[in-house]
Design a protein around this ligand. Structure first.
Ligand code: TXA
Ligand code: MG
Length: 333
């Protein structure tokens, strides 16, 4: 703890400018995107990016996403073949601005600290006016991982950012709650066949249909755990002092009559009845569930419970992103 973290408000005149000025000066500013809050820094400055890793306590082998305000700005970061670029452009036409991150071979100008030494770099154009304005005013791409201490849940409110990073970053730009609530889909376009490295709000089926129009398709099967997907090696999304267990029907029914914390869908809770121990009841709709997930985890950190049983969700295309985050919160791959 050494910095005093400034509170800025996106709806206050001058505050977005102030945030941009800090970023241009090599400082760390958390800002809203449509998915979660990002911890921003000048993406082309070694020093500024190195400070992100220090503030988060992030392992140096986990690369960052560069946030851009246009496809052209992303293209300048990539050293891609014409075929790779054609695919990237078609996907960006369909999904940008939005929660899809594209991984392609990196151009020489991209700092090694951003890519964690990989030959590729990840970029996305966020669908959030404040984020886009900030990038435009900085005039360069912003490196931004989720704005939480490493291993903790991602922030969907400015208040969550302060919960784990107050005193470690220069400012947070408050833009209210984020709309999507889980991080972007990460898609690797650098290999012979496109592959999802992290499921997110943009579903595999939607990506695959664009790819098929271009004569290719997604690699099927589970997310790889090899060096191509460094993010999947590290612990993630873990609430403090709370161990998370995934519960099928039977385990959930047992947990329901215990003093442990429980998180489940509304229809499931309705079946099981009322209870007194800490309970987070989330919506049945997967998008609404995703939007509320991290806030519920942060609330449970303060509940006094030591164990959290989370309803096991279907691993289908609809629930994949949320099921992935909960599985990893449980330390289960
Ligand atoms: O929605 C999001 O993506 C949010 C907002 C702030 O944009 N950002 C985010 O960043 O979730 P982060 O750092 O928490 O997660 C980035 C993921 C990690 O799993 C990382 O390993 C992967 O993207 N990644 C970044 N660059 C990569 C690369 N060159 N190759 C493979 N994976 C990469
Ligand atoms: Mg993260």
């Amino acid at each position: 703890m050494s910095l005093s973290t400034q509170r800025l408000h996106a709806d206050q005149p001058g505050d977005v400018d102030a945030a941009a000025a800090l970023l241009r000066d090599g400082k760390l500013v958390a800002f809203p995107t449509e998915t979660v809050y990002g911890l921003g820094a000048d993406g082309l400055s070694d020093d500024a990016v190195a400070r992100i890793f220090a503030a988060k306590g992030r392992p140096a082998d986990n690369p960052l996403i560069l946030h851009v305000a246009s496809f052209d700005q992303a293209q300048a970061l990539w050293d891609a073949t014409d075929d790779q670029l054609a695919i990237a452009r078609a996907l960006a036409d369909r999904f940008w601005p939005g929660p899809l991150t594209l991984v392609l071979p990196a151009a020489g100008a991209v700092p090694t600290v951003v890519t964690a030494g990989l030959k590729t770099v990840a970029a996305r154009q966020p669908a959030h006016d404040v984020a886009l304005e900030l990038i435009a005013r900085c005039g360069r791409p912003l490196a931004a991982p989720s704005a939480n201490r490493s291993s903790r849940p991602s922030p969907t409110l400015a208040e969550h950012v302060l919960r784990t990073l107050d005193g470690h970053i220069d400012a947070v730009l408050d833009g209210g709650p984020t709309r999507v609530g889980v991080e972007s889909t990460v898609l690797d376009l650098s290999r012979a066949q496109p592959q999802i490295l992290r499921p997110g709000d943009v579903a595999a089926a939607a990506i695959d249909s664009v790819l098929r129009g271009l004569g290719t398709s997604l690699v099927e099967g589970p997310v790889p755990t090899d060096a191509a997907s460094p993010g999947v090696r590290h612990r993630h999304y873990a609430p403090r002092a709370l161990s998370v267990a995934l519960a099928d029907e039977e385990a959930l029914a047992a947990a329901w009559s215990s003093d442990d914390a429980v998180m489940c869908r509304r229809s499931t809770a309705a079946r099981l009845g009322a209870r007194r121990a800490p309970t987070e009841i989330l919506p049945d709709d997967e998008r609404d569930f995703a939007r509320e997930l991290y806030a519920a985890l942060y609330r449970l950190e303060g509940s006094g419970a030591e164990v959290l049983h989370v309803e096991r969700l279907p691993e289908d295309d609809v629930w994949r992103a949320v099921a992935d985050r909960l599985r990893r919160a449980a330390g289960d791959g």
